[in-house]
Structure formats: C-alpha cells, structure tokens
Design a protein around this ligand. Structure first.
Ligand code: NAP
Length: 455
C-alpha cells in the first residue's frame, strides 16, 4: 500500500511519501536505542512537564490537527476536534498520575523489606490504524513515555501527515530527540523490526490478520504484545429500557467516526415487545443524518476512509441481503459523487445462524435483530468471535446484573454508549485481542514488574 494522503471525500491524491529505506530505519533504531539509555533515567517530573506541554500544543493547535485528520481519513471535523481534545486529556491524565501508578509497592514477606518496582522496557513499537489517527497514538504514547520507554510509530499508510504531526508535537513538547519517532514504512517491514533485539515489545490496533501477524513475529522472539483488534459489539435494548434514549444513543453509537470504530455498536438486539418502536425511531434518526463534506461543521456522516473499505462494506451488505436480510434504508454506495460515500443503512431479519450475522461491519450499517427475552439476547450478543464492548439498556436491576456478568466482552456499559476513558481500562477478549490500554492497567503493560527481596 502506497504511503499517501488521499482525500476520501474527493479521491484526490494530496501528497505521497517515499517509504524509509533499510539504512534510514536502522539509523532511527540506533537513535531510539541511544535515547532510551538516557531517557530511562529522567524523573517523572521531567516527563510530566513534557507531556503537559504536548497537551498544551494539542489544545492550542487543535483546528489544524483536526483538519489534517479529516483530510486524510474523512472523519467529520467536529469529531476530529473532539479527538484532539481527548488526546490532550490523556496526556494530562498520565502526566498527573503516572508517578503514583508506578511507585514502588511494598509487600510483607519473610524479607526484611520486599517490594515491587516498575521499570521501563526500552523501545516499544506501536502499529496503529487510521480510524482515530491521533487518539490511538496518544493513548499508547502517553503512558509509554511516562513509564520511561521510547516509542517507534508505524502508522497506517493512509495517514502519514498525522503520523509526522504527532512526532513533531512530541518533539516540540520537549521530549529528548529519539524518544518518539515516526517510521514511514509499509506493513511488510514490521516483522523485521520485531526481530531486532533492541525492540522489546509491541502494541497493535487494527484488524485480526494484522494482529495475528505481529503476534506471530513477536512470539518467535519471545516478546510481549498488546492487541486491540476488531469487534462486533452488541447493543441490547430490553423491554424495561428507555427506548427513546436508547434509539438516540444507538444512532451515535453506530455512526461514530462514519461507522468505522472498533467499539461502535454493530448488532442491535432488541426485545420483541419494543422492537417496532425502536426500529421506527432508529429509521427516523438514520434518515435525518446529514451526509457530505466532512469539513463542513454540520456534517454528521462523511466518507469512508478508503475505496477498499467502501467496497468491502458494499460486499457485506449484498451478502447480508442474499442471506435473507432486508434493507430498511440505505444499502448501496452513493455513486453520484466522488469519494467513498456510503449512506446510513439498516438491515433487519438476517437469520442469526448466517455467518454474515457475526461479521464486523466497518461502516454506517446497523444490523437489527429481534429477540423474545433476555436469555436469547445474551446468547446472541455472545454469538460472535469478538468480545470488545457491549451496550445494554434496561431499568430492571436483575436484568442489569445478568447482563454485566454474562456478556463476554472487555467492557459492558449499561444505559450508555461504549466509549474509551483515560481512567478506565480498555481492551477486549476472544478475537478482539488481549492486554489493556488506558488507566493504571494500561501503563503496567510495558514495564518490567521487578520483584525486590532484601534481607
Ligand atoms: P489494518 O489493516 O490491520 O491496519 C492497522 C495497522 O496495521 C496499519 O498500520 C497497517 O499498516 C498495519 N498492518 C496491516 N497488516 C499488517 C501486518 N500483516 N503486519 C503488521 N502490520 C500490519 O486495520 P484497518 O483495516 O486499517 O483498521 C480496521 C480494524 O481495526 C477493524 O477491525 C477495527 O475494529 C480495528 N480497530 C480496533 C480498535 C481497538 O481498539 N480494538 C481500534 C480501532 C480499530 P498499513 O496501513 O501500512 O497496511
């Protein structure tokens, strides 16, 4: 895949980049390695000061960064602004809390003094996706850099300018040279990087094949990985729920980022008793969305990031229809304009035993299923290979407790939209990946948890 900025709203190639050659990659690895030897000895106060400065830059220049994201991958401008603000928040969160999260923890044993000490590992490789081009990187970088690690970023090939802008922000914030570098390289170079003795661990956010490939390369070298992969998150609405509120949130939950979010609600599992009402409300809300230029402040739904994603989504919708699904609205790419536009789409009546019912739809397509009771709702919610997040709506305490304990996912949100929050761990189970980002759990992923015993 070429490393280039191609505007998804017009199809126009705005800028192309030469990938780094082997000598350039080697020079960046050398620099990262040298940087780590000094950086590992910096204090939390020094790291925190630089990360706070990064937060300030993000806030001051958010309009520019938001525009860049929208130009490269098509998210609505207002969502891009919110993304930059969230990056500033995660920087401040770790700047303020990392020293506590990584302080020695005393443990009483037969030693005169025993404790746990957290120490940095070294160079961590981050392989990142285009869908949240700033957020995915900052939620890795903020804890990793506070822990004293150094980062190498291999960003998705369609967001090279975002990748370079992030490197520049971290440099301008005052982090020493080499502590965080962007590598403009294709995916084929990732296995070689994992084989380099100086790269100690890696994190990847993206598709299952990419995650499996990175984990295999890391496994050969006995190196740790964190994987944040796909999802086919359920959105369950039971009879006792506030159906109006559920339908409003369902729309945001599905349309977030033009439908291209790992934790977007993708399968709507609705109790038969309120299904007509929910379906009608959802249809009204989907058809009211404004599709168009993502830079326009009123746009709700912009283009998909690449022509391949558009094509894959179109194929999935056709398969869903061939499998017995009925399209209530949308269902075809918008052919009357350039760019990768796909309208808000609702598909009902796909038989639950069809393979397509378990797939991840990475775009603005909602699959709606009717269920007779909570048992069937939970069974259907769990009937996918994924386990990232789940949103469930009920006003019954017993139902709530069952949903919390029986849904197989890394997160369950009751009466709310699944979202990431710096204070809460984020990650999946099953084929959605392993390990956690954010919160205290996130910063503990890439450290040596050293046991110390002294007599
Ligand atoms: P993707 O193709 O897997 O790309 C993600 C990153 O992995 C890119 O940097 C890509 O580089 C790289 N990559 C691709 N194949 C690779 C390989 N064999 N070895 C090493 N690196 C490789 O993912 P996508 O299609 O852009 O993103 C959509 C997927 O990501 C969805 O399934 C979505 O659910 C998931 N996602 C998950 C989360 C989460 O937190 N769980 C968040 C966002 C997205 P190139 O661009 O150069 O190919």
């Amino acid at each position: 895949m070429a490393i280039a900025t191609i505007n998804p709203a017009t199809g126009e190639t705005l800028k192309t980049f030469e990938p780094l050659n082997d000598a350039e990659i080697a020079a960046k690895l050398d620099l990262a390695d040298q940087a780590f030897e000094k950086y590992r000895h910096t204090s939390f106060a020094e790291r925190s000061q630089a990360l706070q400065a990064a937060a300030n830059i993000l806030e001051q220049e958010k309009a520019d960064f938001a525009k860049l994201m929208t130009l490269e991958m098509g998210k609505p401008y207002k969502a891009a602004i919110a993304e930059v603000e969230k990056c500033a928040a995660v920087c401040r969160y770790y700047a303020e809390n990392a020293a506590d999260f990584l302080a020695d923890v005393s443990v009483k044993t037969d030693a005169s003094h025993s404790f746990v000490r957290y120490q940095p590992l070294g160079i961590i490789l981050a392989v990142m996706p285009w869908n949240f081009p700033f957020w995915q990187v900052f939620r890795f970088a903020a804890p990793a850099l506070m822990a004293g690690n150094v980062g190498l970023l291999k960003h998705a090939s369609n967001v090279p300018q975002c990748a370079l802008a992030i490197e520049d922000i971290i440099h301008r914030a005052g982090f020493p040279g080499g502590v965080f570098q962007t590598l403009l390289i294709g995916a084929a170079k990732v296995a070689d990087l994992m084989a380099d003795e100086r790269v100690k661990a890696a994190t990847l956010t993206g598709s299952e094949p990419a995650g499996a490939s990175l984990a295999a390369a890391a496994g050969k070298q006995i190196k740790k990985t964190v994987l944040e992969l796909g999802g086919s998150d359920p959105f369950i609405v039971l009879e006792s729920a506030d159906v109006e509120a559920a339908a409003a949130t369902a729309t945001s939950a599905r349309m977030l980022n033009n439908g291209q979010s790992c934790i977007a609600a993708k399968r709507f599992i609705v109790a038969e008793a309120i299904a007509d009402q929910f379906e009608k409300l959802l249809l009204e809300k989907f058809t009211a969305l404004k599709i168009g230029d993502p830079l326009h402040p009123d746009t709700d739904l912009g283009p998909l990031a690449t022509p391949d994603i558009l094509q894959d989504l179109d194929q999935q919708v056709q398969t869903a229809v061939k499998s017995g699904g009925k399209v209530l609205t949308g269902g075809y790419p918008l052919a009357d304009r350039p760019g990768n536009f796909y309208p808000a789409t609702i598909i009902i009546d796909i038989p639950v035993d069809q393979p397509i019912a378990q797939e991840e739809f990475f775009g603005p397509v909602a699959l709606l299923f009717r269920v007779p009771d909570i048992d069937t709702a939970i069974q259907l919610a769990n009937a996918t290979p994924f386990g990232l997040g789940a949103s469930a709506w009920t006003n019954n305490d017993q139902e709530r407790d069952r949903l919390i304990s029986e849904i197989e996912a890394g997160a369950v949100f009751i009466n709310g939209l699944v979202k990431s929050d710096p204070r809460l761990p984020f990650g999946g189970i099953k084929r959605s990946g392993y390990g956690r980002e954010l919160s205290i759990q996130g910063i503990h992923e890439f450290v040596n948890v050293k046991t110390v015993w002294v007599k």
